[in-house]
Design a protein around this ligand. Sequence first.
Ligand SMILES: Nc1ncnc2c1ncn2[C@@H]1O[C@H](COP(=O)(O)OP(=O)(O)OP(=O)(O)O)[C@@H](O)[C@H]1O
Length: 373
Amino acid sequence: MPRLTLQAVSKRFDTYLALDAVSLAIPDGAFLALLGPSGCGKTTLLRLIAGLEMPDGGAIHFDDEAVASEVAFVPPEKRRIGMVFQSYALWPTMTVRGNIEFGLRVAGLNAVERAARIDEVLEVVGLQGLGDRRPHELSGGQRQRVALARSLATRPRLILLDEPLANLDAHLRETMLSEFRRIHSLTGATFVFVTHDQDEAMAVATHVAVMDRGQLEQVGTPEELYRKPASPMVARFIGRGRTLPVKVIKSEGGRNLVMLGRELLDLPGDAPVGYGWLCFHASDLRHVTEGGQLKTELVGQVFQNGTFLSHCLPTEVDGDVVSLPLSERLSPGTPIKLAFTGGWVIGDGNASREAANVTGTSSACRPAVISLR
Ligand SMILES: Nc1ncnc2c1ncn2[C@@H]1O[C@H](COP(=O)(O)OP(=O)(O)OP(=O)(O)O)[C@@H](O)[C@H]1O
């Protein structure tokens, strides 16, 4: 059964539509990352789940209970959720144990139960022995662990994390990411994690929801989003992907025959016959001396990790620069022929597009309701 269900949830700030009919079902025990560019509505969605905002339309259910709908609104303190913010929000004058204990007192646990619960969560987050310190005696990573311990202590149904790593340096972020993964699998709790950093989302989440301009573009596992993007926006956003306009000639058995400029390609995809997009990453391209389906011209190279990261501009189709590692130093202007070894074809709902001439993204293929498996 889904732990958290959103049905056509909308939110306006005055006339601005910050969330537009977002529907989503999150299974029990998932680690969901809400990912998208700045201002796409991630924090607003998290605040609606927490009960810090009221939706203007739609409904939110935790298991079978409606926590927000036309007829119900459960306040944040009654939702049995834990929240972790980027600012940690710890009480500076209280010890670590005191910070964790506060919510347990509110929940009505007696002194023995509280002490046992505090020991348990300090062990989960790896802070045994630091219970008597105050926040200013801890590092940023340790403070974030206290915030997480505090939110876990009351055994909530859902843990909501709003950019919890934003204030940590790159090294600590990496350590804390694997800590979050470990703690998530240890507790089995459902986590919802807001981030605008796709590497963070792909590394830590079991499922990622990509948002754009208040709408949900796609929900899936990190691999699904990378290999089978549902829209050009997702294709370009995840893994520094690229898209090229194609004409789909045939669609059969999970494969598409497409025209890319004057080249015919047979690739995985589920696009209907008509206009479409070829979505790919650098790893789907191979440099060839003869043939190839994408003719480009070298515009620059950077020596990186022992190879030359080469930026190549398509010359016969209208598309952005593609970047891939090559083994040798070449002069700008050198023709580079590229062959596709993979990729994914999607349809374009916008039939008025002139196939071979238009680049850019489309908001086609936006699913109305998405459930996680
Ligand atoms: N209280 C508010 N009043 C008016 N507009 C708001 C309010 N809160 C959010 N917005 C607007 O709603 C949109 C979505 O904001 P939100 O904070 O959810 O985005 P976000 O995806 O979390 O962005 P970021 O990654 O930059 O934090 C933005 O355009 C923002 O300016």
